[in-house]
Design a protein around this ligand. Structure first.
Ligand SMILES: [Mg+2]
Ligand SMILES: [Zn+2]
Length: 188
C-alpha cells in the first residue's frame, strides 16, 4: 500500500506591488514609463531568492475595471516588473491581479482575501507561516482575513499616511517597518 502523502505546504511572502516594490502613481501605473523600482526592494528580493518563501505579488489594478488600462496592458507591466526583478538577481514565483473596479463587489480586490486564498490553493501554501506585506490598510486587512500568520505595513508608498488609518480601524498584530528590506530580519 502506498502511504498517504500530505502535500508539502510552503510559506509565502505575499507582496503588494505599488508602494512596496515600485512607486505609486497618483493616476495609476499605466505603462512601463510609469514604473520606478525601489532599490531597497530589489535588494530585498535578491536576498530572498534562496529562501523557502514562495514570493507572490498580489495587486489591485482597478484601472482595468475603470477602463483606463486593458487587462493585457496591466499584465504586460507585471511581466516587466517580474523580468526586471529576475534580471536584478531576485525571484518572484507568481503574480495575482484583481482587475475589478471597487463597485464590482468581487472576492479578489483587497481587502478581500480572494487572491491570497487562490494562491494558497494553487501553490500549496501554508497561510499560517505566510506574510502579507503592503503599504495600505487594505493590504493588512486582506492578510488578516486570509488569514496569514503575519502582516506588515511598510512606510514606503502610501504606508506612512495609511498608518493612522490602520490604528483608527482598530487593527492589531501587524508589524510596521521602514521598507521591504527592513522586514528581512523578521523573515530570515
Ligand atoms: Mg500599494
Ligand atoms: Zn477582483
Amino acid at each position: 500500500m502506498k502511504p498517504f502523502q500530505q502535500p508539502l505546504l510552503r510559506p509565502a511572502l505575499f507582496l503588494d506591488r505599488d508602494g512596496v516594490i515600485i512607486e505609486n502613481r497618483a493616476n495609476y501605473v499605466r505603462s512601463w514609463e510609469d514604473v520606478t523600482f525601489y532599490e531597497q526592494a530589489l535588494e530585498a528580493l535578491r536576498r530572498l531568492r534562496d529562501t523557502p518563501y514562495v514570493i507572490v505579488i498580489v495587486t489591485n489594478q482597478s484601472a482595468v475595471g475603470r477602463g483606463i488600462l486593458t487587462l493585457a496592458q496591466a499584465e504586460a507591466i507585471n511581466q516587466g516588473v517580474v523580468a526586471h526583478i529576475r534580471a536584478q538577481g531576485g525571484r518572484v514565483d507568481a503574480v495575482y491581479l484583481c482587475p475589478h473596479a471597487p463597485d464590482e463587489g468581487c472576492a479578489c480586490r483587497k481587502p478581500q482575501p480572494g487572491m491570497l486564498r487562490q494562491a494558497a490553493a494553487d501553490l500549496n501554501l501554508d497561510l499560517a507561516r505566510s506574510w502579507m506585506v503592503g503599504d495600505a490598510l487594505t493590504d493588512i486587512q486582506a492578510g488578516q482575513a486570509a488569514p496569514v500568520g503575519h502582516t506588515a505595513l511598510v512606510r514606503t508608498g502610501r504606508g506612512e499616511a495609511q498608518l493612522p488609518l490602520c490604528q483608527k480601524a482598530g487593527l492589531s498584530g501587524y508589524l510596521v517597518v521602514e521598507d521591504l528590506l527592513h522586514l528581512l530580519p523578521y523573515l530570515l
